[in-house]
Structures are given as structure tokens and as C-alpha cells.
Design a protein around this ligand. Sequence first.
Ligand code: ADP
Length: 758
Amino acid sequence: MNTPQLMKVLSSEVNLQILSILKSGSFNPRELARILQKDETDISRRLKMLERVGLVEGKWTRVRGKNIRVYSLKVGEVKISFGPGEVIIKTSENKSYEVPLLESKIPNVEKFFGRKTEVETLLSSEKAVIVIYGIAGIGKTTLAAKVFGNAFWYQMSEVDSFDYFVWQVGLFLNTLDYSLLLEYLRSGGREERDIFELMLEGVENTKAKIVVDDVHKCSDEKILKLLSFLALRIRKGRLVLISREKLHLGASENILYFHLKGLDLEDAYALLKAKGLHLDVSDFAEIYNLTKGHPLALTLFAGAYKDNRKIKADNVFDFLFNEVYQQLNSDEKLMLQIISLFDEPLEYEAIKVLYGKKNSFVVLYSLLNKGIIERRGEVYFLHDLLKGFARELREVDEREYYSRYLDYLLKKNTAKNFLTAFRYAVKLGDEKRIKDLTELRLRKFKRVVQDFPNAYMKILFQIKNNPYAKKELGSIYFQKGFFEKALNLWLEIKDEVDGIHRADVISSLTDVYMELNDFKEAEKYLKELESIAKSTDDVEIKFWYYVELTKFYFYMEKPEDALKSAFKELEIIREMEAYPELESAVLLHIGDIYVEMEKFEESVRYYIQSLEIAKAYSLTFMEHVSYMELAKVYYHLENYKTMVDYASKAADYFLRIRNYRRAADALSYRCLAYIALRKLDNAEKDAEGLIRIAQSTNYPLAWAGYIFLGIVKELEGEDGGEYFELGTERLKDYSWLYSAVLEEVGKVFDVSKITARP
Ligand code: ADP
């Protein structure tokens, strides 16, 4: 192994994240990029590098005539030892390591003064939850970073949203070997209660330490609710909340409230001395009195100090900041102003692009050394306390910089950066860009509506009269199941948008009318969509048309026509830039249509193809939906053993990610297979499992557990009557479901024993 090369590879945080995620399974670069919110090309390049040094292993799998690269971890541990005249590197399997995550931007604490008692109090506290509060710049972040430096660090901002926060914590818990939360989110799970409980379970099981900085900035109700939920329940893990105001999390013995004040005399003196100031006692007393040991004020003072200048006491910060500012050269002033324009910390690359001159590195470091700019991980920012003052002195045109930043973000090609870019387009009030961005969402960031609906919705609400925003809001409502709301928005704006947007609305309207069982209206819009699709070369639009057409024929019970259209979808999707999720979904639909036509062998063929794609691209959710469909089709084929295998895979997964609707489906089919195989003990267990799900979720199908239990009793020679009655009673409001259950049961049991009861 090439030692320097290996060390270089290991020194990158992103590489470490990749390794840690591979610990939970094999991945294709695309899905890894989605999980890490990174550009796919970048992830591919890194994987190749990791492969070259022997840390990961890539394998080609051939799926439907295409070669797909799938990567897995080759080693579990890297050990470096120093021998006389050599460095020995050993790797071994099956050990885990913790890695820092990118979003975990732990502040630097290179120059830390004093705080001895504070550090001791925090270190010796046995409380699981600690709230550190105090005024801006007093040193909360610095102190927490010193004491909880190995924690997962989350920097809250005004624009934070629940889905993004949860995704990041899920990612972090995944590196500690708790994968359920991340898997739940990846599979599209959005139930607040589930997320709360999965996060609590994850933190407790892994004894995770999490710091959330600047909680006072958070305006997202759901995040605040989640933090209170955790604060009252965490026992084994650790949660540190930093805020300007004392947070009210409810009374609990579990929480330590810690009010942070200024540095004491000695520490304040040491700080000034370290910054090169040797004051006599009276001067020091005066400045201490004025600043009350406020570390940021002291730092500014050190930068501004000139002999025999009196400080005006009415606004210390304003005065000190101005003093420091006047002493900056013009390049420093420019960079400071640019950084102050942005709410979020900026990466060096962004600063370089925005500032635009050659000496950006030197200027940035000079500002850092003067203590004006601060660094956190790989990002740079101006302390909130100073931002206001800097903005007052502003001479630069903010629009120009926002616009430049927007372009910079879009080049980064991830959902997160797309959302930030959108926020700046809104700030600029630039309608053209807003329109272009919604098009980009349709073409490239389809998943934003699914993965980060809250974050996107928050931005869209700010421009909720813009027709393109309304159209996007409609998609979020549709995704969340609020069909009427979506419908109204789309009807409102359908004549106000053009191009691909018009096609999007018309196809969405077709879809929503079908969901609402209004097939006449659906057909009307489908016709319009057809003429749009025929008059364009845009494959995206053609694809939408065939998706709707397939669905329409399927509902109209014309499976032959639906099949033709579905194959057209498949043809187009394969022409487009690789879209594995969609391809896998189309293949599943083809399988479903063949089931309708009772061509079960054909169904199996297409379900297996869908399964292969899902596996190759690590689309875990699609993989298990495929297992589920396979289980069902093997029921028709009366191959109960195979059915049990597939249904078990599906049931285990859906139970794990708390998708009880699908879990009940899988358990029901497995139960029927056990009944067919006369494995009555197993069948009984599944029936009981179903009843438990029904009792806790009230999901209707799960009540069929009683009917299955009755069947087991009958087959054991007992009377199942009591259970049949219970089941029938529970299902009586869902007559279609009841007949569907009886139809399936009829294949393995004489249903007259159930229906012929008084
Ligand atoms: P807060 O989180 O309360 O707003 P920070 O932790 O960001 O405050 O501190 C503000 C500034 O003061 C930072 O530049 C930080 O480096 C400096 N500072 C705070 N505490 C100390 C300390 N104990 N020693 C040295 N510098 C400190």
C-alpha cells in the first residue's frame, strides 16, 4: 500500500464519510451522492481513489445491458505503526471507526483562555441535556467546542428546516452504526412521530453526543418540538443546546441550565496579553469595567487599541468595530463587507469567487488573524454581533454578489445548494431566475419535493403569488396527499405558465383527477398533454405523457393498451440520462399490468428486472417493494415456499422502517403462504403480528389478522368463529377490502366457513 497516498486519502472528511456509509452496505455512486448531498461526479472520483489505495472495492454488475459500478468496503480498520526505518500499515476487517461529518462544523478553539470553573462544571455534570445560554459573543460556542469537541455539531440558521436537520442527524447516527433513521428517510418516511422516536432510539442506542448551536435562530416549529421531545427523554446520549435566551424545555431533573457570563479578571488580562497588549492596572481596570470580560469585545479592543484614545462608553461595540474597521486596508474592507452580506458562513471557494481578486487568501487570513472573521471547519463568517455594524458601513452592491453567489451554488449540483440558490433568487426578486430554477427542479432535482419538502415550501411561501411557486407548492401538496389543495393551485395558474411548465401542470392535473376518480376530467387533460407531447422533442415531457397514459388505461381496465404505453415509458426512460428509480418503478408497473392480464410468468420477469436495478443502485425501498410484488405473484403461481422467502424480506424491511401499511401487506401474504403450507405455528405468529399492528395503527388490512387467526384455529380442529366475527366486524366499513381479503383467502381455505356464519 502506498503510505503517503493513503494518508492523503484519509485526511479528507468527505472520503471518511464515504467509508463510513459503505459500512452499512454496498452503494452505487448515485445513491451515495444523494445521501451525502454531493455531486455525483465528485463522489465517483473519490470512490476510484479509495479503490486505488485498496480501501474499497468496486464491482461491475450488469443490469439490463448496462454496466453499473457498485462499491463496498474492503477493510474495516487501518493501523499505522512506526518501526525502525519504516512505517507499517495494516488493515483488517470488521472494526468500526467514528468519522466527523461535513455538516458537523466544530469551531476551532486554538486560542482558549481561562474558563476553568465553567469547564469543570460542564465536564462533571451528569445531566444528559445541557443548555448553555448568554448574550452574543460571550463565548458559548467556544466553551462548548472546548468541552464537547468530539460531538456532532449542528449549526442552526434562520432558514433551517426540519427535513434537512433530521437528514443530517440520520447521517450522523448512521456512522455510529444506527441506520434506521436514515433508511426511514431514504424510503420516503415522513411521519413526525416516527422520526421523533427513531431519533431518540438512535441517540440512546449509540450514546450519541449532539450539540445544536444558536438554537435561538431556529424558526422551525417542528425542530423546536423535536428538541424539547429529545431533551425530556434522553438519558444515555447527550444533547447540548446553545442559545442566547434561556430555552424553556419543560421541567426536568435531566436538564442543566448554564448561564455563561464574561471572563474573570485574570483570564481577561491573559487574553489581552496574548494579543500583544500590556496595559497598566488602571487602564486594564477601565477596559474590564467597560467590557465585563466579554471576549469578543476584548478581542476587538486589542485590535483597536491605540495609546491615549478614550473609549466612548455608550456603545462599546459600535465604537470598537469602527476603530478596527478604519485600520483595515481597502481589500480587507471589501472582503469583510462581502462576507457580511451573507447570512450563512461561506466556504473559501465561494469567497474567492465573490471577492474576485488574486490576493483573496492573504486578505482572508489577515482578517482571521485580526479576530474579525472566524472560521468553523471549512467555512468563514463574521460574528452575528458584528454583522449589523458591518452592514451599516456597506458600500458594495448586494444584488451583484447575491447573483454571483447564486451561480456559484448552482455549479455545485446538489439539492442543498439548489435550495440555497433558490433562496437568493427570491431575495433578489428575480422572476426570470425563479422560473429557470423551477425548471431545473423538474429536470434535475426531482427529489427535492420528496426529500426536503419543508425546506422548499418555506422558500416558496415567500413568493406565494408567483405562478411558478404556486405550481411547485401544488407538487408538494400532491406529494403529501392533499389532492384538493394541489388541484386548486394548478387550476389557478394553468394559463399563466408556459413551456415545460405548462406541460408539467397539464400532466399534474391529469394525475390528480385520476387520484380523485374523476376520469372524465383526467381524459380531457390527457388529450391536451398528448398534443403537447407530440409537438415537442423534449423527452421529459414525452415521458410524463406516457406515464399518465399508462395509468389511465390501467384504471380503464384496458391492460393491453396500458402495456403498450408502459413499454414506451421504458424506451424513453432508457434514452434519458440514467434515472434508475424511475426505471425500476416503470418495470414494476409492467409487472402489475401482466398480473392484471394473468400472465404471471411475465410479471415475475419484470419484477425481477426491477429488483436488479434497485439492488444495483442501492435503492433499498424499491428493492423491497419488488420483493413484495414477487411474493404476491408467487401466490398466484401457488409457489408458497418462494413466496415465504420474498414476503419475509419485505416484511422485515417494512417493519424496520416503520412503514406499517406495507408491512401489514407483506405479513398478510406470508401468513397466507404459511396457511397454504400448513405451517400453522408460523401462520399464527404472523396473524398475531398483524393484530398488534392493527391495534397500534388502526390500519384496516391489519385487522384481517383476526380472520387468519380464525383459519389457523379451524385447521387445528378448533372453532375459529370468534376470530372470524372479530375480523368481520373490524372490516365491515371497508367492504371492498373485506372482499379482497376473502378472495385471496379463498385460494387456500374454504371461505364459506367464514361467510356462512349467522
Ligand atoms: P457566542 O457563541 O456566545 O456568541 P463565541 O463563542 O462565538 O460567542 O465567542 C465570540 C468570540 O470570542 C470568538 O471570536 C471567540 O474566539 C472569542 N472567545 C470566546 N471565548 C473565548 C475564550 N475563552 N478564549 C479566547 N477567546 C474566546
